[in-house]
Each structure stands twice: as C-alpha cells, then as structure tokens.
Ligand binder design. Structure first.
Ligand SMILES: Cc1cc2nc3c(=O)[nH]c(=O)nc-3n(C[C@H](O)[C@H](O)[C@H](O)COP(=O)(O)OP(=O)(O)OC[C@H]3O[C@@H](n4cnc5c(N)ncnc54)[C@H](O)[C@@H]3O)c2cc1C
Ligand code: SF4
Length: 468
C-alpha cells in the first residue's frame, strides 16, 4: 500500500519481556518517525478530525508544526486547548474520536494523532523549561481574593484548577488520598501512564499557585457548607469521580483472595505493592481471574502478570466485539498471553476450608437481542456450568459515584438511578448556588478527556458567575 495510507507505529517492548515489568509498553516516536508520520496529514481545509476531539485541539495545525520540525511550537499549539497532552496522548480513545474521523482512514490508516500528541508533549517536557507564566492571563484583572475549592484531583479537578489559577483565582484542591492525580495515579498502571508524567503536570500547577491539601475527605473532614461558611470559599467544584466499585453479588464473593479492581490497582499503582518492602501487601496469585471487559479489566489482568501470576485470565460475558476496552489494550493483553474466556459469566466463587478462593464456577453465554446500550445481550446456555481454577479473583465490572458528598450536601440534586450529581454538562452548574460539578461524578465512569472538558467548562462558569 502507498506510504500515505500506512501509519508509522511506535516501537514497543517485546511482549514476553514487558509482561514481567512495569515499564511503559510503547517507546514513543523518534524525531524522524514523528516528522514522517506528521507528513502524512493532508491538512484538510475542513478537518473532520477536529470535530471528533472533545476539547477541540487544532489537530492539522499542531501536526503541521511537527512536520516542519518545530516541536516546541506544536506542543504549545496543543496546550492552547488541552492542558494535559502527555496524558491524553497515552490514554485517550483516539480510535473512537479524532482518528475515527480522519479522512485518510477511508482508504488506509488514519493519521496517528494520539501518538503525535504524545510525541510533542514528551519532546517539550524533555527539552523545554516551561515558563510558569505561559498561558497565564495577565490582561484580565484577577478577581482578587476570589477563592475556589476543588474537590478531587483527577483530570476534571486538575483542569479546572489550571484554568482558574491562570485567571487569578486563589485555588485549593482537597484530595481524599495521600497523592494527587485521581485515577491517573491510583487506577491506570505505570506501564500505560508513567506516574512521573502526572507528577510533573501537578508540579506545574503548584508552581502557578494551586494549593493541594491531601488526606482531606470532603464530607468527613469538612462539608461543602463548611468550605463556604468557615473557610470562606466563593465557589466549589466537585470532581470526586466514580470510585465506588460494583460487585456481582454472587455466592463466595467475600472469600479471601477476591479484590475489587479499584483495591487491586490502588495497592499496585499508588502503594507500589510490587516493589520490595511496599507500604501495603497484595496477594500475588498464581492463577488470577479478572472479571470484566473494559480498560479496568485489561489493566488488572496485565497487572496480575507483572505481579508474577503464571496464568492471568479474563472472564467476560459477551464476545470480543462488545468489549468496551480500547482495541489496542485488548491487543496488548492478548500479545502478553492473557487467556480470554469470552461468553462466560461467573455464577459462584468457590473457596476452600480456610475461606481462600480455589476457583470460579461459570456458565457459558450466547448473544441474544440488542439491549438499551445497543450491544447484544448475553443469554445463559442452560447446563453449561464449568469451573476455572484460580487463587485470586479481581472484579472489574464497573464503578459508581462515591455517595459521601451527595449524602452530606442535602441541597445538591442527585440522579435517583445512578447516584450522580445532576449538573448541566455544558457548564457544570448544579442545583446549589456556586457549587459546580463535572467528570465521572456527573457522567458516571467515562473518559479522561471528557472529565477535562467538564473541568474547563465549570471554570468558565465560575469565572462568569463570580465576575458579576
Ligand atoms: C483502571 C482504569 C483505567 C482507565 N483507563 C482509561 C483510559 O485508558 N482512557 C480514558 O480516557 N479513561 C480511562 N479511565 C477512566 C478515567 O480515568 C476517568 O474517566 C477519569 O479519571 C475521571 O476523572 P475525574 O476527575 O472525574 O475523577 P477521578 O480521576 O476519579 O478523580 C477523583 C478524585 O477525587 C477524590 N475524591 C473522591 N471523593 C472525595 C472526597 N469526598 N473528598 C476529597 N477527594 C475526593 C478521589 O480520591 C480522586 O482522586 C480509566 C479508569 C480506570 C479506573
Ligand atoms: S482529517 Fe486526518 S488528514 Fe485531515 S487534517 Fe485531520 S489528521 Fe490531517
């Protein structure tokens, strides 16, 4: 095929080697590879790719700058609309967004927009010392002493904090955990998103003046009303995410060796359970079963291998086509030797006399009619029970919002069905004056880029409302 239609893939660690270490899987582009890939872009007059980007990154412009070899300008161009490009370049589902709409995709491979975004951001991080006044709005007079509190330091909270501090606000982030970053540090593993990158983004925000108070649980340490009445904040942005794990509610689920994916990944990522003398233990199972088919399940199953499992298995009730995980992550998991048991559903977790897991009883499924999500729903095949042996089970079937803030803020409207905070997704305004919300706490578990977009929209509303 013509070179114009064939993308340059990033080189990656060998699957057998990487399945036993926590280093990042792709190495990133060299300068030459980035220029060649960028040169494939047709610089369309009406670039469809931009329509697919939730934060409206000016894609052909930054790609054009890479093609010209001006990498610093390319990074700056992306940062006009996306504050966390090194993170988005790694974890955004570009194949469903900008790349899905790229015109080159009609005849061959779409331009590798995500890889190029990562390249520009990494190049800037490694080669340019960032001027802390970059992007700071010195024209607009700062609304002196306007104080904004942000609850949660995930992508929604960090983005909102960045926008507000650059516009003169006094910003404090309150974070329940002992490290800032939300899912970016406790959920997504090092081999997909090196924590150093997240730390650097946070350090940059701190250098602009954002204060981060850790180990502070809003709803316990202080309520939202306390933040207004006692701490004299003028606005509060709730970005507390969806960190409450769902379980299957089947027999044996409280056996020794059953983890929620949240707990499993937090122990490994945030508390470094894989190093010697970690601050927390983790059961390094010999045979590990992860239940689920999303990114969280892929991350858990691949983490199990890196923790030393001889066999890591995915059990998912639909087929590969319905898996919500990114295709690239499914592919990486398959390359690393994860065993996929598709169209299977656990019905019981079996434990031995000491209460420790020995296996999972499953039934086989077939696909029936499409359900509300548009995916064909799985139907049990009668009499198809079988057992998979294992000593650790990780449940990765979804998360819902943490109920603490809804429970402790009586005048905040909450959706009955999902327990999410009701907020206008275009501006973050909630039912309570000067309280805004965005990210997973409003949408339910979604994506990094949507959370960032929500943080940005809420910051805009806060600036408008407080200017009056
Ligand atoms: C394992 C995993 C893998 C994922 N992979 C991808 C991916 O590849 N691509 C992608 O786009 N998305 C992915 N996602 C989803 C994505 O990470 C989330 O949609 C995104 O992080 C949501 O951002 P947020 O800011 O709303 O919340 P979060 O990132 O969840 O941050 C919320 C923060 O609020 C804190 N908090 C909660 N309650 C309180 C309280 N009461 N007081 C103070 N602080 C509080 C939490 O400790 C947390 O730090 C993944 C999620 C997981 C779990
Ligand atoms: S649609 Fe594809 S080819 Fe056209 S500008 Fe966007 S990235 Fe370039």
């Amino acid at each position: 095929m013509d070179n114009k239609f064939t993308r340059i893939n990033m080189k990656e660690q060998d699957p057998a080697a990487r399945a036993r270490n926590f280093d990042e899987v792709p190495y990133g582009y060299t300068d030459g590879e980035a220029v060649s890939e960028a040169s494939r872009c047709l610089k369309c007059k009406k670039p469809l790719c931009v329509n697919g980007c939730p934060v409206n990154v000016q894609i052909p412009e930054f790609i054009g700058l890479i093609a010209d070899g001006d990498f610093a300008a390319a990074a700056k161009k992306i940062k006009e609309t996306n504050a966390l490009p090194a993170i988005c370049g790694r974890v955004c589902p570009q194949e469903e967004q900008c790349e899905k709409l790229c015109i080159l995709g009609k005849k061959g491979d779409p331009v590798a927009i995500g890889n190029l975004e990562r390249f520009a951001a990494d190049w800037e991080r490694e080669n340019v010392s960032i001027n802390i006044n970059d992007g700071v709005n010195t024209e607009k007079s700062a609304p002196a002493a306007k104080k904004a509190a942000i609850i949660g330091s995930g992508p929604a909270g960090l983005t909102c904090a960045g926008e507000l501090v650059k516009n003169g606000f006094d910003v404090t982030i309150f974070e329940a955990l002992h490290e800032a970053g939300g899912v970016l540090v406790y959920g997504i593993p090092e081999f997909r998103l090196p924590k150093q990158i997240v730390k650097q983004e946070i350090k940059y925000l701190e250098s602009l003046g954002v204060k981060i108070v850790k180990n502070f649980v809003v709803g316990r340490t202080a309520t939202i009303d306390d933040l207004f009445n006692e701490e004299k904040f003028d606005a509060v942005f709730v970005a507390s995410g969806a960190g409450l794990p769902s379980f299957m509610k089947i027999a044996g689920e409280n056996s020794v060796g059953v983890y929620s994916a949240n707990e499993y990944l937090t122990r490994s990522n945030l508390m470094k359970a894989y190093i010697q003398n970690p601050s927390t233990p983790i059961m390094k199972g010999r045979r590990v079963i992860t239940v689920g088919g999303g990114n969280v399940a892929m991350d858990s199953a691949r983490t199990a291998l890196r923790l030393g499992a001889e066999k890591s298995m995915i059990v998912y009730r639909r087929s590969e086509a319905e898996m919500p995980a990114r295709k690239a992550e499914v592919h990486h998991a398959q390359e690393e030797g994860i065993e996929f048991h598709l169209l299977c559903n656990p019905v019981e977790i079996i434990a031995g006399g000491n209460g420790a897991v020995t296996g999972v009883k499953c039934v086989r499924m077939e696909l029936g009619e499409a359900d509300a999500s548009g995916r064909r729903s799985p139907v049990v095949i009668e009499g198809s029970e079988f057992t998979l042996d294992c000593d650790v089970v990780v449940i990765a079937i979804g998360n819902s919002p943490n109920p603490l803030i809804p429970e402790t803020t009586p005048d905040l409207k909450i959706s009955e069905k999902r327990g999410t905070i009701v907020a206008d997704e275009s501006d973050g305004r909630t039912s309570k004056k000067f309280v805004y919300a965005g990210g997973d706490i409003v949408t339910g578990a979604a994506t990094v880029i949507l959370a960032m977009g929500a943080g940005k929209a809420a910051a805009k509303s806060i600036m408008q409302d407080l200017a009056g």
